[in-house]
Design a protein around this ligand. Structure first.
Ligand code: C2E
Ligand code: CA
Ligand code: CA
Ligand code: CA
Length: 282
């Protein structure tokens, strides 16, 4: 049994023990996953509200585990954070995303001119003094303009690391990279955080957006975030748009961008060109 911070005693069940063992095993197996080529990327479209093609793709990592199959980030990113493997994984994801974007730019020409990729950054990457030079080198090698790379940092990470990560974020911004605050509305950032850090976009956490069309009590929260973004001249993305009603609600509130299963699930790279060149039925 273990006493938690709140003084509550938690008895480990066999189940929890098995989960812990599995996490340790996964952590060890994750060590060579990049070298063994076991990681794959999915790309989820981000749409200007009302547009017929997306202008961004969020890059989402998966682990093609030899026996367990395709694992989502919720199964291994936290483990990778704890063991440090997230450094190698994050590096691979960035390089792969940037070179994939370069390939689409060559293949699709004007249809991909305005396209950006949005990569999630972990806390370890933000603390890594070599990150900025690595990003600059990746963009240079691939010939991708810096403003076509968006980096997403969660609001809670910014609140915890904002002071230490501030210099890195400013250097990334000087490079021309676009910075986005992920899961906005869940991390208690202050207006001072927004004023201090060079961010260009807020992504409204999906807990505020999911079911918005059917639950008017959430409207004021989204309206307030959109108002804040407008006042600060920041772009805003509503995450977790699952239904037409959700989409209509975020459109009526003036969200510039939307993302969610209702607009497009994460897809493999080979499915992206069709998203950019086919007109979706209105
Ligand atoms: P996130 O950054 O908030 O990414 C969005 C997650 O929400 C994705 O799950 C996506 O599939 C899911 N999603 C998108 N639209 C909807 C919707 O309409 N409804 C619902 N219920 N879910 C939706 P995924 O791919 O499982 O990623 C989970 C989290 O893992 C991400 O949350 C992100 O924090 C983390 N992650 C993913 N890829 C990376 C990575 O390369 N590096 C790091 N550090 N973290 C990553
Ligand atoms: Ca994200
Ligand atoms: Ca590094
Ligand atoms: Ca998010």
């Amino acid at each position: 049994a273990k006493v938690t911070g709140s003084g509550k005693v938690v008895h480990y069940t066999g189940h929890m023990r098995a989960d812990a063992d599995r996490a340790v095993t996964l952590g060890a197996e994750l060590q060579g996953a990049v070298e063994r080529d076991e990681l794959v990327l999915r790309f989820q479209p981000i749409w200007p509200v009302g547009a017929s093609t997306p202008d961004g793709l969020e890059v989402l990592v998966r682990w093609n585990h030899p026996t367990l199959g395709l694992l989502g980030p919720d199964r291994f990113v936290a483990v990778a954070e704890r063991t440090g493997t997230i450094g190698a994984i994050g590096h691979w994801v960035l390089r792969e995303a940037v070179s994939q974007l370069a390939a689409w730019r060559t293949e699709l020409g004007p249809a991909a001119d305005e396209l950006h990729v949005a990569v999630n950054l972990s806390v370890r990457q933000l603390q890594d003094p070599t990150l900025v030079d690595e990003v600059a080198a990746m963009l240079g090698d691939a010939g991708v303009p810096a403003d076509r790379l968006y980096l997403e940092v969660t609001e809670s990470l910014l609140v915890r690391e904002g002071d230490r990560a501030g210099a890195t974020l400013h250097r990334l911004r000087e490079l021309g990279v676009t910075l986005s605050i992920d899961d906005f509305g869940t991390g208690y950032s202050s207006l001072a955080t927004l004023q201090r850090l060079p961010v260009q976009q807020l992504k409204i956490d999906r807990s505020f957006v999911l079911g918005l069309g059917d639950d008017p009590s959430r409207l004021p929260f989204v309206r307030a975030i959109v108002g804040l973004a407008d006042a600060l001249d920041l772009d805003v993305v509503a995450e977790g748009v699952e239904s037409d009603a959700d989409l209509q609600a975020v459109a009526a509130l003036g969200c510039a961008h939307a993302q969610g299963f209702g607009l497009g699930r994460p897809v493999p790279a080979r499915d992206v060109p069709a998203l950019l060149t086919q007109r979706v039925p209105a």
